[in-house]
Ligand binder design. Structure first.
Ligand SMILES: *Cc1c(COP(=O)(O)O)cnc(C)c1O
Length: 371
């Protein structure tokens, strides 16, 4: 039985009659740039993410870049980020003119370890990018306390955690609501995926929201007047229409992902060689990825792929060891938890349409490998 890592065609078939007419309305109107759906989506996501402002942009990468640009970094200014994440997190720091400084991760959640973040602070540190990896939030209450003590800006990369929640005190806080800015990605494989690229910036800060709105439109609030040099980073109206049509399904999809994760947990528990994902008890996980640690990981990956089971390594090389950051001077062994995770993790198929029989096939193939 073939089980893809992700099946976007199955999702498309289940909602085509809702999304296609929404796309056709934009086409009939020919309002491709900043049409009404963009502002409507911004309002809807601001509400979902408990944010005063949501500002749409062209990608999750730009959603990081623009708030980092708004920090007005000088050469040599440092921004701390976890080394175990998608490249964009650190690429955006570099492209905003900053120097990434990498922190090691908590081996349970794979999120940046707040103690490692604090230990990485120097007099040149200006900010912290926190990543809510694989669908669960980092320990924001601890990161915000550290940032407060040192006067640092926090940017939350919630590309993989749209709508994920964490119980802090006696309140549920949503990914992206607590930092100076939060960011979302609508890359097609994300939990809320567009039919192309897209991103969203979240903030509670009125002045920052106004600046981000300008930065995405060449640095000017008024057309042909430019207070600073910005970017062309708008969200297409077509993508906003797709996302608005999909949004009512998001909560159900996240619940379906949690159910499938719980079923994997149960089925995989008896298999020696596999360690199932750890969920911080304060978190409501949305399982963007279901990521296990596996003994003889690379051999297991080959075994599964040979049997038509989709799987992938997110991420095979820590950002501190990427060739493009060689001049930062990190050596193998510098971030041991990141490096161990890079050797051991394997993400298995998880999506709302994943049928029990398909899941059973994944588990059977894993069981066969370790038997
Ligand atoms: C996907 C992703 C991004 C970038 O989003 P794009 O929309 O692909 O530019 C940034 N950070 C993380 C953690 C991601 O997973």
């Amino acid at each position: 039985m073939n089980v893809p890592l992700l099946d976007l065609v199955a999702q498309y078939r289940s909602i085509a009659d809702e999304v296609v007419p929404a796309v056709m309305r934009v086409i009939e109107r020919q309002t491709f740039i900043m049409g009404p759906e963009v502002a409507e989506l911004e309002r809807a996501l601001a509400e979902l993410c408990h944010a005063r402002h949501a500002i749409a942009c062209a990608s999750g990468t730009d959603a990081l870049l623009l708030p980092l640009k708004a920090l007005d970094l000088s050469p040599g200014d440092e921004v701390i980020a976890p080394a175990f994440t998608f490249f964009a997190t650190a690429g955006a720091i570099h492209n905003a003119g900053g120097t990434p400084v990498f922190a090691d991760i908590d081996p349970g959640t794979y999120n940046a370890d707040p103690a490692a973040i604090e230990a990485a602070i120097t007099p040149r540190t200006r900010g912290i990018v926190v990543v809510h990896l694989f669908g669960q939030m980092a320990a924001m209450e601890r990161v915000m306390a550290i940032a407060g003590r040192h006067g640092l800006a926090v940017i939350e990369d919630a590309a993989q955690s749209i709508g994920a929640r964490r119980r802090i005190g006696d309140e549920w806080r949503v990914a992206g609501e607590l930092g100076r800015a939060g960011t979302l990605s609508f890359f097609p494989s994300k939990n809320l995926g567009a039919w192309g690229d897209g991103g969203m910036m979240l903030t509670q800060d009125d002045a920052l929201a106004a600046r981000l709105g300008k930065l995405r439109l060449h640095g000017g609030a008024k057309q042909y007047h430019h207070e600073e040099v910005g970017f062309n980073s708008r969200l297409d109206t077509l993508q906003a229409a797709v996302l608005l049509a999909k949004l009512p399904h998001l909560a159900g999809w996240s619940a379906a992902r949690r159910e499938r994760a719980a079923r994997y947990d149960q089925l995989l528990a008896p298999i020696h060689g596999i360690c199932t994902p750890k969920v911080d008890p304060a978190n409501e996980h949305i399982f963007h990825q279901y990521t296990v640690r596996a003994e003889r990981r690379d051999a297991l990956l080959r075994h599964l792929r040979a049997r038509g089971i989709g799987c992938a390594v997110y991420y095979p090389l820590g950002l501190h060891l990427q060739p493009c950051f060689a001049d930062l001077g990190y050596r193998p062994g510098a971030l041991p938890e990141t490096e161990a995770a890079s050797r051991e993790v394997l993400s298995l198929p998880i999506y709302p349409e994943l049928a029990p029989a398909a899941q059973d096939a994944v588990v059977a193939a894993i069981r066969e490998f370790y038997a």
